[in-house]
Design a protein around this ligand. Sequence first.
Ligand SMILES: [Zn+2]
Length: 320
Amino acid sequence: MAKVIEHTFATPIELEPGLLRVTLPLPSGPRHVHSYLLRGDDGWTLVDTGLGLDEPSWADILPQVDRPVVRIFITHMHPDHVGGAAPAAQATGAPVLQGRLDYAQCERVWGSTDWPERISVWFVRNGVPPDVAEELIESGHVFADFVRFAWNPTLVDPGDEVDGWRVLSMPGHADGHLVLFRDGVLVAGDTLLAPITPAVGLYPDSRPDPLGDYVGTLHAIAELDPRVSYGGHGETIHEPAARAHEILGHHEERLDRTEAALSAEPRTGYDVSHALFGNALPPIQRRFAVAEALSHLERLVVLGRAERREADRIVSYTAR
Ligand SMILES: [Zn+2]
């Protein structure tokens, strides 16, 4: 499971008849992200668009396939999936399809100038020291510079069909995360990954219990029982239901560790991120660690295993 795949960047690779994978580089994190091409009668549907890096460009990649890209589908608004949407649309002339809720959040985060300020205030409320919050915000800007999402896409909703694929809502990793499903094949975005586990974080203005959402998503995948799942990073998953159960176990365990980090003494999301992920994280990873600690803390509150309080504009948690 932990073997590292060798990625050939920017050359479409056929994974099964009518389904191609294109892998694009990322400057950080898993260092790569997958897009997929799904063949239809009228041409290809491109699913996700990488980060909007100049190289390799969609204009160079797409002539390698035998027919035109006629639509672009975005699974979720994270920079490594939506960042290349505008260049891909420009290279193909194809419309961009994006979830209604997902696009609203996309515009709020990537299309506004007040987001860095708002997320900074929010981090401070969750116990991040102001100077560290500043640092976290600056590291966030690294991505913002690359994000070229497509304004005013065609909005899609769960239950819609896209070229014979069923659109399903699978929240958790992102509130408005959509996936495509047809004939046992799940094009999963970042809902189901291997060997890494999708990040599930709480962010300002997000749904209140993203981990609860994600647990529901994992159960839905297990029930759907796809033959195969193609995710945004890492390996093709040949036993998606089993992988969903594995990830459920992972979050059970992390919930237990989060609960164990609490006592009668109030602790913030920032404090708990140190207990869960250690003290030595660079700013960009601390961002995710705080968000991830908070999604677990909020889940514990919902489950009646922790209590949240707010005093002097600082949110903290105690054991129950
Ligand atoms: Zn991703």
